[in-house]
Design a protein around this ligand. Structure first.
Ligand SMILES: NC(=O)c1ccc[n+]([C@@H]2O[C@H](COP(=O)([O-])OP(=O)(O)OC[C@H]3O[C@@H](n4cnc5c(N)ncnc54)[C@H](O)[C@@H]3O)[C@@H](O)[C@H]2O)c1
Length: 373
């Protein structure tokens, strides 16, 4: 098992990254190292999501650094400052709809940002003895380190009514988001093959859970149900996604960091395929019960809207490899995860209000002062 001392988490202020940091520091006693969270705090990043972590671990085991993964000199300085031995790379532009209307930033962050991290890691982890020897071929790279890249099942394209993506399914990305993630996946594997950089890669299905920015389907629908607003559903509502509770995803990432085989990729999924419209009905039932609403009245606000261009029909994931090789299994069933998520949104109106008012954008300045973290 790898000894992980200084983990650079990128994008730790987004839903998956912030839950990952919380799982590692609060619920993983076998981890005693430090986490350095590099996040640019785009519209999707919310440093307030880690307020409790900052209070409890800040300056000892948790360090927040605001900046972009595309900023090479910043990334280099962080590798040296914290003597990084592990990268858990979550940072990305992640919303498919936004990639349709503004693809450039997806290419910059997801492709160039990943390239920058890989290249800094390659240089920083070169064995000191082989650096700069002319004619000696590629320098050796330390093998006690790991670069783990978090990716999506969307790189595989769309499925028909049957079948599931495996780790050997050919890539067929069909949106600017999935194309940029596919490009970053290829770069990660190229750094393994060409330079011997120890990398692992995971492709996961749709995540849901606490701290998800309310532009994504589940939190958006929960809030609209509570506020009596229209519930938009793309196309005929029959597109199918596989859903995984975010903590289960992060448990898999943690197993990969410890025991994943360098050069290997792992699919992660919940084996919970749902048509969007059926998922919405489950949400309506759950929220209505908890918030004392009339579910039939809520259902009458469903409105089918023009389909997303190039909308993939079905995703399903075969995750037997991570189960058999690393012993992962999800701890939360779909109904249980959904209940926990709804409970979290009901109990955290302050977090939601912070986003609505835009106040979350000034959290860092207020809490870290002029140094800007
Ligand atoms: N959410 C899902 O359902 C899902 C499923 C599979 C894979 N993924 C992948 O998991 C990762 C995390 O996704 P998420 O849902 O937490 O995303 P998110 O949008 O919630 O968060 C992304 C985070 O990255 C940060 N960020 C963006 N650009 C940056 C930059 N240039 N430098 C530093 N930080 C930057 C943002 O500020 C934000 O905190 C992504 O790589 C995504 O592709 C997500």
């Amino acid at each position: 098992m790898r000894s992980l001392k200084n983990i650079l988490v990128t994008g730790g202020a987004g839903i998956i990254g912030c839950n990952f940091i919380r799982v590692l520091l609060n619920k993983t006693p076998e981890f005693s190292g430090r986490i350095i969270n590099l996040d640019a705090l785009t519209y999707a990043g919310n440093a307030a999501s880690l307020e409790d972590i900052e209070k409890q671990f800040g300056g000892r085991r948790y360090f927040f650094e605001q900046g972009s993964i595309c900023d090479r000199s910043l990334v280099e300085s962080l590798f040296s400052k914290y003597d990084i031995d592990t990268v858990a790379h979550f940072a990305a532009e992640s919303h498919v709809d936004r990639s349709i209307f503004g693809p450039e930033t997806f290419v910059k962050t997801n492709v160039m940002g990943t390239f920058t991290l890989l290249d800094v890691a390659r240089n920083f982890w070169q064995e000191a003895r082989s650096v700069g020897l002319p004619g000696a071929g590629a320098p050796d790279i330390r093998q006690d380190v790991l670069f783990h890249h978090i990716s999506t099942d969307e790189v595989y394209g769309s499925l028909g009514e049957t079948g599931a993506f495996s780790e050997t399914t050919p890539y067929n990305p069909r949106s600017p988001y999935s194309a940029s993630k596919a490009a970053s996946d290829h770069l990660v594997m190229a750094y393994s093959h060409t330079y011997g950089l120890p990398v692992t890669l995971s492709n996961c299905s749709n995540n849901y859970g606490p701290y998800q920015f309310p532009e994504k389907f589940i939190p958006l629908s929960i809030l609209h149900i509570l506020e009596g607003k229209a519930l938009p559903v793309y196309g005929d509502g029959k597109n199918i996604r596989d859903w995984l509770y975010v903590e289960d995803h992060n448990r898999a990432v943690w197993l990969i960091l410890q025991r994943g085989v360098p050069g290997e990729k792992y699919n992660i999924g919940g084996e919970n395929e749902r048509e969007n419209i059926n998922l919405l009905h489950s949400l309506i039932d759950t929220v209505s019960k908890k918030a004392d609403l009339d579910p039939e009245k809520v259902r009458s606000t469903i409105s089918y809207v023009k389909d997303r261009p190039g909308h993939d029909r079905r995703y399903a994931i075969n995750c037997s490899k991570v189960k058999t090789e690393l012993g992962w299994k999800p701890a939360f069933g779909f109904e249980q995860g959904l209940e926990k998520t709804v409970d979290w949104y009901l109990a955290n109106s302050e977090w939601i209000e912070g986003i609505r008012s835009g106040e979350y954008r000034s959290w860092v300045e207020k809490n870290y002062g002029a140094r800007g973290a």
